[in-house]
Ligand binder design. Structure first.
Ligand code: B3K
Ligand code: ZN
Length: 865
């Protein structure tokens, strides 16, 4: 039986709403099983719309009663369907009217964690994208914006909603949000919470009360998030001229949450993992995430909330821009080169992977069945890269002018990518119609370079090709900004960074080397080494025939730190691919690494990134890109061989680094200390693999922070230590967030042949609460993302295990099940046996009766490839 494909919604079918909303008033009478929601909504016919029936979205609502302009509706006055409610135009009193309704909903029974739900006795909401329709009947689409007044009635001590508080008494509180917003930004929280409070005064002189609300006992873990919030508020004023616009800003930490966090107006709701931190329980990486996610959600106040999206196809309008902004913030707060390298690592690991498989889609998709399936690396990270390219093309000043115009013109509006590009065209006079292909063509372009030299002249040929992706067999040439420099054979720069824009399939660019060399005060070089795509100036795969020897020169001398790192990375990637085909690592590579590691003028965080090997999935991706069928088990073994070889070859420099980089007893999560720990722990890892457990055991015993503790823990797991997991468990069994690490680390660092059995065993552990998304991700993601060789075990056991869990979770929480299913998106990469087994797992999922639209769409797209 062919499972039915869920129905698709198309960008081309967009129509303006028939009715706009002038004001919303909501009353919540909270009760776990039977919450009443009373709504009073002032509608007005949209002058730009078609008029007609009043169509409201609504799912899983029990209608108690409804009225229009105070006149109660009878059963014959409206039609209720699975998707909502319709009142015929003929029943409406005119162009403007007030809709009132009372509905009953069941927060306790809401296991999907979308709409109003309960998490450990606390009421909270998640409305983006389409959760508001599970709260009351409403035109639940982002182009309907309105001010909200909210009254909450409950005995719980803390009652929060969007906007400013306007009144409270025993058992009730009222909130007023003056800023028109779409329903997806609505939020409500009620619970027994305590606040970590502080304040901020805006550049406009507005005093803002800041609160981070957590469960009692967690208030000591909020200081870093608060600090990050205050720094974000100040940064947005300086960098973008954007000030906060309410009297209060609340953040709430919740344990059961489908994603990272949510930017609801004035009331951000966070997965507690991205709020709570103490040195003992959170790693440097956790702190970094907290900083960037707090910033990201705060920055949405302007890019997303004040200016929102017309429809969900425009999601990248707010997400790509807000990611770009949070990346800029982190680059300013920490180290810009390290930030850029980390961002590119993420982009390649998640977005290039997505683009190379059956789930490839445009930065602005054109069709979806379930919009939650499009909160992807392509929309977010590639969306941010596209803005980075615009920034580079027009320059920082014009970028700022375009953004100023964007905010001035579109404040309070729901916009499109066309609106966004228009402000850049107007400010710069540029025609961006070809640039727009970045939004409408999927796939990672391949950029190839070749060059020749004769008589003091160099000709650089740049060629692009955009691969076919699902539904897009033919592509047009894109606008690719290529930042480049030229080095001579000694590593001296003879052409400082220059921007070349490739906007055809091929261009040939001449360079007058004699003139360049003279200008740089260097003799005419016999050979030049191009440093291409500096700073990763475009999200493309670069093929450039730079010899190994020349890449060693780039690694040692390039003035662009990104390309310095990239040179080392590509050498490592090539070494690994060579080893997969039976080759060995060469000594020149180790020697170059050793010199770089020992160079104390370089940021230790940068050195740690140079030392880090590509992940197993990166190697599989690189194999795929070079036409090799990847064998995950062999990749794991080969990568481990190289790690051991590095530990041996670099042993003395690693030992010196380990000894020299101890930041001492007082922990600070700042970039400088984190950098030392990153390099020191990278050294520890390689030394443990090459020398054995002694150093890691001592490191574990001495650790006074989670960064060091987890580094020693995972190093010991990697060499098969059988007792460290028990010790870790005994110490941390009562700390939920740390225990997520315990589950994840063990599975990720299990020997591939044992990983599925271990995941199975841990999924029967009393602390495995599979209904908690973080814990589910720790165990299932620990296998699929953390241990690819285990997941792709030749027996197929990993596929069966994961499919079973996805099916089970789907009945309860479709969003998280669908998201986790992308573990299978790479299936086409593998050998015929694995492909057949993955396809069988996907078929088994697809055949489940009652499969959610979310998971059905994902599986359908993956199988279709
Ligand atoms: N906008 C939210 C994500 C909502 C996801 C809905 N499935 C968080 C963010 O991007 O900031
Ligand atoms: Zn966002």
């Amino acid at each position: 039986m062919q499972p039915s494909t869920p129905q698709q919604i198309h960008l081309a079918d967009y129509r303006p709403p028939a009715y706009l909303v002038d004001h919303v008033h909501l009353t919540f009478r909270l009760a776990p099983k039977g919450t009443r929601v009373i709504s009073r909504i002032r509608f007005r016919a949209n002058p730009a719309g078609t008029g007609g029936d009043l169509v409201l979205d609504g799912e899983g609502l029990r209608l108690i009663g409804a009225a229009i302009d105070g006149v109660a509706l009878g059963a014959g006055d409206y039609l209720i369907t699975q998707a909502g409610l319709r009142v015929a135009a003929a029943r409406l009193p005119g162009d403007a009217f007030t809709w009132e309704a009372e509905v009953a909903i069941d927060p306790e029974g809401n296991t999907a964690l979308e709409g109003l739900y309960l998490s450990k006795g606390m009421f909270c909401t998640q409305c983006e994208a389409e959760g508001f329709r599970k709260i009351t009947f409403y035109p639940d689409r982002p182009d309907v914006m309105a001010p909200f007044d909210v009254r909450i009635e409950s005995d719980l001590p803390v009652l929060l909603s969007n906007g400013n508080p306007v009144g409270q008494g025993a058992g009730w509180a009222e909130w007023h949000d003056p800023w028109p917003k779409p329903a997806y930004l609505f939020a409500l929280v009620a619970g027994d919470l305590v606040a970590h409070a502080d304040s901020f005064t805006t550049m406009e002189g507005r005093a803002v009360a800041l609160n981070i609300w957590v469960r009692p006992g967690d208030e000591g873990k909020c200081a870093y998030a608060m600090d990050a919030l205050q720094r974000s508020m100040a940064w947005d004023e300086t960098a973008y001229g954007r000030a906060y616009d309410l009297d209060i800003f609340n953040i709430v930490a919740v344990d059961d949450f489908n994603m990272g966090a949510m930017e609801n107006k004035g009331l951000n709701i966070f997965n507690s993992k991205f709020v709570l931190a103490s040195p003992e329980t959170a790693t440097d990486r956790d702190y970094e995430f907290i900083e960037s996610i707090v910033a990201h959600e705060y920055f949405h106040n302007w890019t997303g909330n004040r200016v929102t999206c017309r429809d969900w196809f425009q999601l990248c309008l707010k997400e790509g821009l807000t990611v770009f902004r949070d990346q800029q913030f982190s680059a300013d707060a920490r180290s810009a080169p390290v930030q850029r390298i980390s961002d590119v690592l993420q982009l390649r690991a998640r977005q290039f992977r997505e683009d190379a498989g059956p789930l490839a889609h445009n930065v602005r998709p054109e069709a979806y069945a379930e919009i939650n399936n499009f909160y992807t690396a392509t929309v977010y990270e590639k969306g941010a890269e596209v803005i980075g390219m615009l920034h580079r093309l027009v320059g920082a000043q014009a970028y700022r002018a375009a953004l100023d115009l964007y905010f001035a013109r579109h404040d309070g509006q729901a916009c499109t990518i066309e609106d966004w590009l228009a402000v850049f065209s107007e400010v710069t006079g540029r025609d961006l119609s070809q640039f727009k292909l970045w939004y409408t063509q999927a796939g990672t372009p391949r950029l190839s370079a070749a060059w020749s030299m004769a008589e003091g002249q160099m000709h650089l040929t740049l060629r692009q090709e955009v691969p076919a992706t699902p539904g897009q067999p033919h592509k047009s040439p894109m606008v690719i900004p290529v930042a480049l420099g030229l080095l001579d054979q000694t590593g001296a720069e003879i052409l400082p960074e220059t921007l070349v824009v490739l906007d055809q399939a091929e261009v040939v660019i001449p360079f007058d080397l004699a003139a360049l060399a003279a200008e740089a005060g260097r003799p005419l070089p016999e050979a030049v080494i191009p440093s291409l795509l500096r700073g990763f100036s475009a999200p493309v795969i670069l093929d450039a025939p730079v010899s190994r020897a020349d890449r060693l020169v780039l690694l040692a001398h390039d003035t662009d730190p990104f390309n310095r790192w990239e040179a080392g990375r590509s050498l490592m990637r090539e070494t690994l691919l060579g080893m997969l085909l039976g080759g060995a690592a060469d000594q020149a590579f180790f020697a170059a690494m050793g010199r770089l590691l020992a160079d104390d003028s370089l940021d230790p965080a940068f050195r740690a990134l140079v030392l880090a090997l590509p992940s197993e999935d990166d190697i599989a991706q690189a194999a795929q890109e070079s036409g090799i069928v990847p064998d995950p088990v062999m990749i794991h073994a080969t990568r481990r061989d190289l790690q051991v070889a590095m530990g041996v070859a670099l042993g003395s420099v690693l030992t010196q680094l380990y000894d020299a980089l101890d930041p001492g007893p007082s922990y600070r999560p700042d970039a400088a200390q984190a950098a030392q720990r990153a390099l020191r722990n990278a050294a520890l890892h390689l030394l443990t693999l090459s020398e054995g457990p002694t150093r890691a055991q001592a490191h574990y015993d001495a650790a006074n922070n989670m960064t060091d503790e987890i580094a020693a823990f995972t190093a010991l797991l990697d060499i098969g230590d059988s007792d460290v997991a028990g010790r870790f468990h005994d110490r941390w069994q009562d700390d939920r967030l740390v225990m997520d690490k315990w589950f994840m680390a063990q599975i990720s660092h299990a020997a591939p042949g044992d990983a599925v059995a271990l995941a199975r065993r841990l999924s029967a552990h009393p602390l495995f609460d599979w209904t908690n998304p973080n814990r589910f991700r720790a165990v299932i993601g620990g296998l699929t993302a953390g241990n690819p060789a285990g997941f792709h075990d030749p027996s197929g056991a990993g596929y069966g295990f994961v499919a079973d869990w996805l099916i089970r979770l789907d009945a309860r929480n479709p969003q998280t099940a669908a998201r986790m299913s992308s573990a299978f998106e790479t299936w086409r990469r593998y050998d015929a046996d694995r492909q057949a087994m993955i396809l069988a797992a996907l078929d088994r999922i697809a055949a489940q009766p009652g499969l959610s639209r979310d998971l059905a769409e994902m599986v359908g797209r993956m199988r279709a490839a």
